[in-house]
Design a protein around this ligand. Structure first.
Ligand code: UTP
Length: 299
């Protein structure tokens, strides 16, 4: 069956970005000039996804507004002859995918957020895309997962090797064997293991292709790590009755879900942005010289 549907959970509290996220959804924080969630919707579109359900919660209205039209703004841009900005603004409403929204009443965990998509997904395979990770590669990661699914018809989770000291921040796989280059048969999935107990350095990154049987498991999933309903736990249970593979992502991953990664990604994307790249590069060079001079003065 063709993979046509995606679920983007966006109902979390974004506590790592407080106070910015007290009233503003974390998913609306921009990388240069584009909200992170727009990058995710664009990746879905490029991967052939037709329908997207965004799971939202309280304070998340700006996400719906962003993808809606804004007649007042558009009229103003038209009257002022700002045609490029008008086109840019209108293009967000015509991204070529259908967007749907549902609410998660309490941020009870990623597994609980995904469970809200049960009737939207129905009996089809689907992808889960987390806004915390921006992925760069020639073929979008979501499309890579779909291509794997088309051959195996099995759930496939994107993973990447991370430094060992960081494994406890992620869901981690216990690999069994590599059945073809970059596709791993998985023994078990563990959410945020202690560093000394981690079964490998392969971390789950923010893209999952799942078969709909995951919902039968999520329906009975008990809270796990941190008292939250964990998607990783449900995937581990599913792996006991049907094959779940891990696909090793070889492209570039930008973790924009924490302050440091967010700023690094902003700088990197800024250095590629046609409008500002030259000024930004010159500024970074000036800054570097300034720090060098300050370090010398201290010695
Ligand atoms: P995160 O844990 O990265 O997001 O969850 P968070 O909870 O918003 O952020 P922090 O840790 O407090 O800073 C990964 C994704 O899952 C969604 C989040 O919105 C995020 O996109 N999520 C998480 C939900 O939709 N519901 C939840 O109950 C938990």
């Amino acid at each position: 069956m063709k993979v046509r549907k995606a679920v983007i959970p966006a109902a979390g509290l974004g506590t790592r970005f407080l106070p910015a996220t007290k009233a503003l959804p974390k998913e609306m924080l921009p990388i240069v000039d584009k909200p992170t969630i727009q990058f995710i919707v664009e990746e879905a579109k490029k991967s052939g996804i037709e329908d997207i359900l965004i799971v939202i919660g309280k304070n998340k209205r700006p996400i719906e507004d962003h993808f809606d039209s804004n007649p007042e703004l558009e009229q103003d841009l038209k009257e002022k002859g700002k045609n490029d900005l008008l086109k840019l603004t209108q293009s967000i409403t015509h991204l070529g995918v259908n967007l749907y929204y549902t609410r998660q009443p309490h941020p009870a965990g990623l597994g609980d957020a995904i469970f809200r998509a049960r009737s939207f997904v129905g009996d089809e395979p689907f992808v889960v895309m987390l806004g915390d990770d921006l992925m760069d590669d020639k073929v979008p990661l979501t499309k890579q997962l779909i291509e794997r699914y088309n051959k195996t018809h099995a759930s496939t989770i994107a993973v990447m090797q991370v430094p060992h000291k960081e494994v406890s921040k992620y869901g981690v796989i216990e690999p069994e064997n590599e059945i073809m280059p970059g596709l791993i048969n998985v023994k078990s999935f563990v959410e945020k293991p202690d560093i000394d107990k981690a079964p490998s350095d392969y971390a789950i990154i923010g893209r999952y292709l799942l078969t709909p049987e995951i919902f039968d498991i999520l329906a009975h999933q008990k809270p796990g790590r941190g008292g939250e309903i964990q998607l990783t736990d449900a995937i581990d249970t599913m792996n006991k009755t049907q094959r779940v593979f891990a696909h090793v992502f070889k492209g570039e991953r930008h973790d924009v879900g924490n302050k440091e990664g967010y700023l690094e990604t902003s700088i990197e994307y800024g250095l590629k942005h046609p409008e500002i790249k030259e000024q930004l590069r010159a500024y970074i060079q000036r800054l570097d010289k300034k720090f060098e001079a300050e370090d010398k003065a201290k010695k």
